[in-house]
Design a binder for this molecule. Structure first.
Ligand SMILES: *[C@@H]1O[C@H](CO)[C@@H](O)[C@H](O)[C@H]1NC(C)=O
Ligand SMILES: *[C@@H]1O[C@H](CO)[C@@H](O)[C@H](O)[C@H]1NC(C)=O
Ligand SMILES: *[C@@H]1O[C@H](CO)[C@@H](O)[C@H](O)[C@H]1NC(C)=O
Ligand SMILES: *[C@@H]1O[C@H](CO)[C@@H](O)[C@H](O)[C@H]1NC(C)=O
Ligand SMILES: *[C@@H]1O[C@H](CO)[C@@H](O)[C@H](O)[C@H]1NC(C)=O
Ligand SMILES: *[C@@H]1O[C@H](CO)[C@@H](O)[C@H](O)[C@H]1NC(C)=O
Ligand SMILES: *[C@@H]1O[C@H](CO)[C@@H](O)[C@H](O)[C@H]1NC(C)=O
Ligand SMILES: *[C@@H]1O[C@H](CO)[C@@H](O)[C@H](O)[C@H]1NC(C)=O
Ligand SMILES: *[C@@H]1O[C@H](CO)[C@@H](O)[C@H](O)[C@H]1NC(C)=O
Ligand SMILES: *[C@@H]1O[C@H](CO)[C@@H](O)[C@H](O)[C@H]1NC(C)=O
Ligand SMILES: *[C@@H]1O[C@H](CO)[C@@H](O)[C@H](O)[C@H]1NC(C)=O
Ligand SMILES: *[C@@H]1O[C@H](CO)[C@@H](O)[C@H](O)[C@H]1NC(C)=O
Length: 778
């Protein structure tokens, strides 16, 4: 009886709530977020948006600033660094050409780019629209491999300057190019009856090596074709096809008689296989140009993905709710499901791409999806294993069918171990998966720029990556010896977790457990930090003991512990900057990275009190840049020293000051949803330690969070008592009615369902402080 009443109440609340009111795809489209805000399906390949002419921040296509719009294109990545990804074959509408001369229309990016009307942008899941200053309204939606655009032209009858210049003969052009102008071998053909524009080209990936081929197929509905042609810099009439469109820029165009409804529908199919596949993708997926039905299908795909979560958002600001739901949404934009679109090998396994990059995503995006969409994650893991099967190694980064650059360790190992521990088994060949992780640990590729690990000989013999390592077995950029050491150690720990899959489980376990302690070999107990920024209140102690670079002969070198942080040489330590033994972060930061051996680390740093002081200092001194993913775990590592309350305090320090619901509300590149996923996990109150079956408990930002497991259908609920402003500390907890004193719990909570009840208060309590209640260390 009680249940029935509860259900009725829940349904009536649900009716009033529309999740789309809280998904704002424009978050992160300014200030370096590089988010793709356009129309896509969950993990969809077609991603349509207006492209801003913004070479600095336009990685995701559209930016929420005054940049001109150079066109509308159908493929993108979201949140990436590097140069802009894809944006291939942009199309552009014009109402007519002055004097009815084709040559008076505008063709090149420079000539045609147009501002948009202020306030005209509308972005929702599955939909994006804006109005160009030519009064053309551009709307777009998508299926998995096809974009559908609806251009509405200013009605001539409604126009007081009816004697128009230019006369009303709409023209749509396509350009053989991408956002980074990387095309070679562009090819286009034009059907002068239907107006179809189709073609292909070879492009460069944005953060990787090699090239990829992509094809497109553009069809129209809504008006009669008047004329077609090619353009190379200038338009060329009546030429039907070319395979050598020099000089660039080049493309094709179709012009129309006035559309009776003033609307043109433009359907763009894309394919990595061939032009005819691009056309058949479009014909199959959008046979009737029914914009509203395509949109409705896209919207229901998103509603169904988002429906696994429900919240009691009483007293939570709309802006925080937007941050939350938009983060959930963005975690499902990439990786992209290219199953059936992979020309590189033939396989019956799913193929996923746009892992951009696993170094970023393993910490938050994958663990979040493992909770929200375990069925999707199983397909991604199968896709990763298939990359290993056919290319010899797991990727660390992969985009547009190309190998991407490895930033540190072989962190797909963490993704696989995490999936294994969390029962992501559906269809995964774990024997092959184990072999893939083992190979990362044992077999060094000749070129480890894009796969595997480097300096494995030293790793095995010395137990660390030496400074300036002499490595005759392979090559790549020999920097990052400290950050690679700590990541390789954790990767080896993850391999040890897969030991049940090994033919010799106990030797595998002990070998890789032992290597997982290698980070300690770079710990120099006497090292101080000479250039600490001053803070207030002043420090009780100086910090002594840091990781340091070390030569192969055992002698330590020196890197200032704050170098590569915002206070010293911040920009020096990327892949292309060439410097630094720590990748995009300081020694001060990387010294905290031993997620599997936190109790050892805490002892090395002088015990819980000094550890807490140092971690607090990291967060309050300006040393930490929270816009890069290595920062995430440090927000919660207070748990390991018995101060879970401080994790709660600092998560609230960054949300909303650094992560919030504004267009500039991400502190760094979203990196395929990683920033969004971190905010969601933090706000859900359970932070996963990626690669372990461990979730750190901290009060959620909502009174109640419910997640339905996509595999088992069971519902896990985190419920707060005493939820009010300032009550951010757990006083006591119960799991399914039983007193719960540990500051962490396990994945069975999500798969098996249950209720975690947290009693909150305004002061730190004794909860989670006892030795036996700390999260595990090995
Ligand atoms: C749009 O409006 C905003 C705020 O009113 C203003 O800052 C911005 O410059 C305007 N942009 C354009 C393109 O007019
Ligand atoms: C439209 O934008 C272009 C490019 O910025 C500009 O030259 C033109 O004056 C604008 N037209 C209107 C009507 O705002
Ligand atoms: C898109 O592709 C996915 C994966 O194949 C599939 O599950 C989904 O149903 C497709 N969505 C639509 C709207 O066709
Ligand atoms: C009327 O036509 C002119 C010339 O094409 C154009 O600049 C203007 O934006 C149109 N006005 C409306 C309201 O559509
Ligand atoms: C143009 O397309 C029509 C309809 O598909 C087809 O019948 C015709 O053969 C095509 N023309 C050329 C030159 O390919
Ligand atoms: C259309 O293309 C065909 C094949 O190239 C050509 O024979 C024909 O003249 C073209 N028609 C027009 C109106 O341009
Ligand atoms: C483009 O298509 C043409 C015609 O089908 C084909 O000959 C060419 O190899 C393709 N090029 C690329 C880069 O896919
Ligand atoms: C897993 O892959 C291996 C080859 O790596 C194959 O021998 C084995 O049969 C596969 N297992 C299953 C269950 O498909
Ligand atoms: C920390 O070290 C600096 C420089 O070595 C020294 O001046 C300062 O007194 C020390 N502070 C404490 C609290 O030990
Ligand atoms: C170890 O090697 C480094 C770099 O070559 C050198 O500077 C140092 O003196 C060596 N240490 C010893 C003890 O030989
Ligand atoms: C929102 O986040 C951005 C990016 O981190 C930050 O610059 C801005 O100050 C934040 N805004 C608020 C109101 O906290
Ligand atoms: C994983 O699956 C096994 C077998 O179905 C089950 O016994 C175990 O509890 C599951 N573990 C989790 C974390 O769900």
């Amino acid at each position: 009886m009680g249940t029935v009443i509860a259900l009725i109440v829940f349904n009536s609340l649900a009716a009033a709530f529309d999740v789309f009111d809280f998904v704002d795809p424009l978050i992160g489209t300014l200030n370096g977020g590089h988010v793709f805000p356009g129309a896509t399906l969950p993990y969809g390949m077609a991603k349509a948006v207006a492209d801003s002419k913004n070479p600095v921040d336009g990685q995701g296509g559209f930016t929420s600033d005054d940049s001109l719009i150079l066109g509308f294109s159908h493929m993108h990545d979201s949140g990436t660094g590097g140069v802009p990804s894809m944006g291939n074959f942009p199309i552009f509408p014009q109402t007519g050409c002055a004097g009815d001369m084709i040559s008076n229309c505008f063709f090149t990016k420079d000539d045609r780019s147009t501002s948009r009307l202020n306030g005209s942008v509308e972005a929702h899941p599955g939909y994006f629209a804006l109005t160009l200053n030519t009064s053309i309204r551009a709307e777009m939606t998508v299926t998995n491999h096809t974009a559908l655009y609806r251009f509405t032209f200013p009605s001539p009858s409604a126009n007081t300057t009816a004697n128009q210049t230019p006369p009303y003969f709409p023209l749509i052009l396509v350009e053989l190019t991408d956002l980074q102008d990387s095309i070679t071998n562009g090819y286009i053909e034009i059907n002068n009856t239907t107006g179809r524009l189709s073609g292909n080209g070879t492009f460069m990936p944005s953060f990787g090596v090699g090239t990829y081929n992509l094809s497109f197929c553009i069809d129209f509905s809504g008006a009669e074709v008047r004329n077609t042609g090619l353009w190379y810099d200038i338009p060329i009439l009546n030429q039907r096809s070319t395979s050598n469109p020099a000089p660039l820029p080049a493309g094709g165009w179709t012009q129309f008689h006035p559309p009776p409804t003033n609307q043109l529908l433009v359907r763009v199919g894309v394919s990595f296989i061939s032009i005819s596949r691009a056309c058949s993708n479009a014909e199959l997926e959008i046979p009737t140009y029914d914009f509203s039905s395509v949109l409705t299908t896209a919207q229901s795909s998103w509603r169904s993905k988002l429906s696994v979560i429900s919240l009691d958002s009483t007293s939570v600001s709309p802006s925080l709710q937007k941050l939350f739901w938009s983060g959930v949404y963005r975690s499902m934009i990439s990786p992209q499901d290219y199953t059936g679109e992979n020309p590189l090998w033939s396989s019956t396994e799913p193929y996923f791409d746009s892992f951009y990059c696993i170094w970023d995503g393993f910490r938050s995006t994958f663990p979040l999806l493992t909770i929200l969409d375990p069925v999707g994650v199983a397909r991604m893991v199968r896709g990763l294993v298939d990359v290993f099967r056919f290319e010899g190694y797991l990727p660390d980064c992969r985009m547009s069918l190309c190998k991407g650059f490895t930033q540190g360790g072989s962190n797909a190992d963490v993704v696989l171990a995490d999936a294994y521990l969390k029962n992501i088994t559906e269809g995964v060949n774990w024997t092959t998966a184990y072999g893939a992780v083992l190979k990362d640990a044992e077999v060094q590729p000749l070129d480890w720029t894009t796969q595997g690990r480097g300096s494995l000989a030293s790793w095995k013999s010395l137990g660390y990556i030496p400074l300036e390592d002499y490595d005759p077995f392979g090559g790549a950029l020999r920097t990052r010896s400290i950050s690679r050491t700590v990541e390789y150690a954790y990767n080896d720990f993850c391999l040890s977790l897969l030991s049940p899959l090994s033919p010799t489980p106990s030797t595998t376990l002990s070998l890789y457990r032992s290597r997982s302690a290698n980070w300690q070999n770079l710990f120099l107990p006497t090292q101080t930090s000479p250039t600490l920024p001053s803070t207030s209140p002043s420090l009780k102690s100086n910090f002594t003991g840091f990781l340091q670079p070390r030569f192969a002969n055992g002698t330590f070198g020196f890197q200032d512990p704050v170098y590569c942080s915002p206070v010293l040489g911040f920009e020096d330590c990327g892949l292309d900057a060439g410097g630094g033994e720590t990748y995009e972060g300081s020694v001060f930061l990387y010294t905290f990275y031993a997620p599997h051996q936190m109790s050892t680390l805490i002892s090395l740093l002088g015990g819980p009190e000094l550890f807490i002081e140092r971690l607090r200092y990291l967060h309050t001194s300006g040393l930490l840049y929270v816009g890069n993913e290595q920062a995430f775990l440090t927000v919660y590592q207070f748990h390991y020293a018995g101060r879970p309350g401080l994790s709660s305090l600092f998560s609230r320090y960054y949300i909303p000051s650094a992560f919030n619901g504004t267009v500039g509300g991400l502190p760094g590149n979203d990196d395929s949803g990683a920033m969004g996923a971190f905010s969601v996990l933090a706000m859900m109150g359970l932070l996963p330690v990626a690669g372990q079956d461990v979730y750190l408990i901290a009060p959620p930002f909502f009174k109640e969070v419910r997640v339905r497991n996509g595999d088992t259908g069971k519902v896990a609920t985190v419920r707060c008592t005493g939820f009010e402003e300032g009550a951010i500390y757990v006083q006591s907890a119960r799991l399914d009615g039983e007193v719960w004193e540990r500051s962490w719990l396990q994945h069975s909570f999500w798969t098996g369902g249950g209720i975690l009840e947290l009693v909150l208060g305004k002061e730190e309590s004794a909860w989670g402080t006892r030795e036996e209640d700390l999260p595990p260390s090995y």
